[in-house]
Design a protein around this ligand. Sequence first.
Ligand code: COA
Ligand code: AMP
Length: 637
Amino acid sequence: MSALGSGNYAKTRAAAQSDPQGFWAGVAEGIAWDKRWDTVIDDSRKPFYRWFAGGVLNTCYNCVDRHVEGGRGDQLALIYDSPLAGAQRKFTYRQLQDEVARCAGVLRDMGVGKGDRVVIYMPMVAEAAIAMLACARIGAVHSVVFGGFAAPELAKRIVDAKPKVMMSASCGLLPGKAVPYKPLLDEALEIAGAPATPCLILQRPELHCDMVAGRDVEWNDAVAKAQPADCVPLAATDPLYVIYTSGTTGKPKGVVRDNGGHAVALRWSMDAVFGVKPGDVYWAGSDVGWVVGHSYIVYGPLLQGCTTILYEGKPVGTPDAGAFWRVCAEHGVNVFFTAPTAFRAIKKEDPNGELVKKYDLSKFRTLFLAGERGDPDTIEWAQNILGVPVIDNWWQTELGWPAISNCMGLEYLPVHPGSPTKPVPGFDIRILDEEGREKEPGEIGSLVIKLPMPPGTLYTLWNNEHGYEETYLSRYPGYYLSGDAGYIDAEGYGWVMSRIDDIINVAGHRLSTGQMEEILASHPDVAEAAVVGVADALKGQVPLGLVVLKMGVKHTDEEICKDLVARVRAQLGAVADFKSVHVVARLPKTRSGKVLRVTIRTMADGGEVKIPATIEDDAVLPEIQEALSALGYPRKS
Ligand code: COA
Ligand code: AMP
């Protein structure tokens, strides 16, 4: 325990570790329950654990109604700020209650009830948050799909979730253009074989869409006519939402979150991790399609009675690299959360932070960065220009809230740039070797979490408990496999170094190289393909594809590569940022035929290549090196 120290952080962590039942029962007092739980942790089906079994509550009630009843009715709950639409809308808790209850009434009238799924494919408008809360209100399970995904990706999620209703909008907005969403939605429903699924569509003034008569319902018309729906009592263990995330194959994994454990953990994280109190203004500059958007645009801040901001814009170009500071100053933001890549984009355009000086940031206390490795340069730069603590924190879609972080509400520990600091109380993080033995401090290994994990983390994959067990719980029995490699140093600080699988992180967006390879390999001219994530000064990583062509193809390399880029964009989405693919004569492989992706990535990044003992033919390496050099790798920043 010596590495823990003796302050408030250490005490809280020790309490969560020595008596998890007592600790989380105390934390659960922060939530309003219709009926208290029978068991804090139900471990009757190990390795599957369920939190607060027997408890009854409603997450929407805790996010909205509870604050109206508790005297926050006139406080701002949600601010929609869109430099892209040139619009702002503000909702008090009372107004939000009305909007959400009527939206829930629309869903109820469309036949949606407890346990039914609703897929939400929305841009960053206030209605996206309202839609999520409306589902939670009537016990429907929402699944929000990020707008940058293409129709076939949306279709996969529709097939898996089988929604009773789709909620979407005519378009999203990107700098200089409106992106039509409705044609993608229609196409996805066709691909999914569910073209008759009722759709609730928000017509945005920037671009109207065609409506399918008898199937599509216009959002504002329906909400205006609807009778409000009340909050439905739900079991703590009932599902609240499914969020799909990239795995190692083309099939996304449906991470499931419950109602009770999620509400307890998320509200507590606002206090303990973010040091945020009711009434504070909290902004997560992300998208509701990602886990950060679920946890920290919608649920966390509203559970805590904060004002949350939903921002439809970019860090740069809307209109300049001072966009974030404008929002912080205008709305009096106390705590801001975004991804390091956004700061790299700002730094590129405003290296001396001149635009910060234009704004009054006196209310701004803390910046949190996550979603990818927080590189020390970016963290130090942000700290210098803002003059507030910059907190790197590590977690994943599966975990739902920070697992390694400086806990600002408990105790501000010294920052070691490059490390997200120490395990958050409740997360028992260990580093294991191949055989499952614990590594010594400072030694890199597989980053795992000892079971049971705290509330708010995933408890299964949608329709796929076996996949949940196989992917996360079977590699090291008794532990959750994070898929990251890292170490814990002698002072107990965690360091997350890389993924141990084929997942890459492009501008804070999690993507599967295996999925991109599947798309490339399905091209009629491609014999085999490898995709790796190469270092990028702005986006952290970007995908690079290498393909070997079949004999006797009729098209030129250039034509095929262009087609491959277009296919990844059409099948996976623009968000993959797949723009670099090249033809090579052969790929480096092991004798058992496994492509040596780490070797390719190391070469592209200009690192020191250790020739694997298992390589089939090391003469291929100079060929690859030559091809990469001709393409300009390693790239200068
Ligand atoms: N709908 C449709 N297309 C979308 C989209 C959406 N909602 N969001 C992004 N795209 C498209 C973009 O237009 C771009 O297409 P292009 O190749 O035609 O230019 C592509 O997807 C990649 O988008 P993006 O990753 O946003 O890159 P960018 O170059 O436009 O912007 C940053 C770079 C760094 C400014 C941007 O990635 C950013 O703000 N990142 C913040 C990180 C973040 O929010 N992470 C979430 C987890 S916390
Ligand atoms: P996502 O599920 O999209 O949130 O992505 C989670 C993955 O992003 C993690 O498994 C890590 O690989 C990476 N990641 C997120 N935050 C950090 C961080 N602070 N430091 C290092 N890697 C991170």
